[in-house]
Design a binder for this molecule. Structure first.
Ligand code: SF4
Length: 381
């Protein structure tokens, strides 16, 4: 009864925005609930998993009072709520008003159009699930971005660090490319904190390279992920993070019509082909060239937070590398991916994109070559 009333209250607000991790939770809910939107799902989770206790601590002692607060600023409050759920053990964020405000500010930082000054946009390779390639590049230029680069070269540099770490590590290494995984471990499985790879994510790695090459440009990251907004805010290398749904809204506001584009515009810099598979489950371990270091049985790929937790609760001691991502299907199942395609079809799109890029005629100056990253450290500080 309580749950039903709660759900009705949530539905009345008709929230539309997505929250981090929502796609991972969605799979466990009945379809009628699933269809109400990801925010609902995150909120429901608070009730479902902790009998209301965790939810109450998240938004104050009275959940309905919490909803009233949310009605003023629904997405931001829900975002804090989702983080609190991940921070389940202590509810530290919920107890700290200052921290909550800090998170809201993180999400609030928005790009204003028309853009003033020079902006460089880094595009996560999962974009092909939502936007046509290469038309997206011209579309981004039309709304004011000066340079458009892909994230794949940063991923290549990250892979080199993983290769070296796996070669030398005697303990389990857990990938840190997905901030959802890092947050989950920090909040719910702190004993594994020491196992998290101390290596930059492809977003930070690419941003470091871009800042070096284009020091005067503001750096914008476009991805399917809201966790990345926090990661971006915590870094001095990324100025703005925008998700695919938000980008689509920007294109609509700016009256961008892809069907009119005939351009063959290509990315400005830093091409790399094989790391285009990064947004699919196991993308990192498939491209880290670990054949001579680990055998297949020593690598475990998990996608979705539930599978991650399952592994961490009863780990297989033979596993030396855990390639983990928070969303089901990895980033192609991220909360801001909008597509009627299922995970298998989305994966196919990524593989087609990879194949296509192998045959593209890209000039040497546009390719991601290691000398461009010379002198940059990709170790997390
Ligand atoms: S799997 Fe990708 S989209 Fe999902 S939380 Fe991790 S980085 Fe973000």
């Amino acid at each position: 009864m309580f749950k039903q009333t709660l759900l009705n209250t949530i539905f009345d607000y008709n929230f539309e925005k997505s929250c981090p991790g929502s796609s991972a939770w969605i799979e466990h809910l009945p379809s009628n609930v699933r269809n109400q939107g990801s925010l609902t799902v995150n909120l429901l989770l608070g009730v479902k998993t902790a009998g209301g206790r965790r939810f109450k601590s998240c938004l104050g002692h009275n959940p309905f009072q919490g909803y009233a607060k949310m009605s003023k600023c629904c997405h931001l409050r829900a975002f804090s709520c989702a983080l609190n759920l991940l921070n389940a053990r202590t509810s530290r964020l919920s107890r700290s008003g200052a921290q909550k405000i800090k998170i809201e500010k993180m999400v609030k930082k928005k790009l204003k159009f028309p853009l003033k000054g020079k902006y460089l946009v880094m595009l996560a390779p999962s974009f092909v699930v939502c936007f046509p390639y290469p038309e997206i590049i011209l579309a981004l230029k039309k709304i004011g971005f000066d340079k458009v680069v892909e994230l794949t070269f940063g991923a290549k540099m990250v892979n080199r660090e993983y290769h070296s770490l796996l070669e030398n590590s005697k303990e389990l290494v857990i990938s840190s490319v997905c901030p959802g995984v890092v947050e989950t471990i920090k909040s719910s499985f702190p004993r594994y904190k020491k196992n998290i790879a101390n290596i930059d994510s492809p977003m930070i790695a690419t941003a470091k390279i871009c800042k070096k090459t284009y020091p005067k440009h503001k750096i914008v990251f476009i991805s399917p992920c809201d966790f990345k907004k926090i990661e971006a805010k915590q870094s001095k290398y990324v100025d703005f993070a925008v998700n695919y749904k938000e980008l689509n809204e920007i294109f609509s506001e700016q009256k961008i019509d892809f069907s009119k584009f005939k351009s063959k515009e290509t990315f400005d810099r830093f091409y790399n082909d094989y790391t285009k598979v990064y947004p699919i489950s196991g993308g990192l371990s498939a491209t880290v060239h670990s054949k001579k270091i680990l055998n297949k049985k020593e690598i475990k790929v998990v996608d979705s937070v539930l599978n991650l937790k399952k592994f961490l609760k009863s780990p297989d001691k033979n596993i030396k590398f855990l390639d983990a991502t928070f969303c089901k299907g990895s980033c192609i199942g991220g909360p801001a991916v909008f597509s009627p395609l299922n995970i298998t079809q989305r994966k196919k799109k990524i593989l087609e994109y990879l194949e296509k890029s192998k045959h593209e005629n890209i000039s040497e100056s546009k390719k991601g070559v290691i000398s461009k990253a010379k002198g940059i450290s990709f170790i997390r500080r």
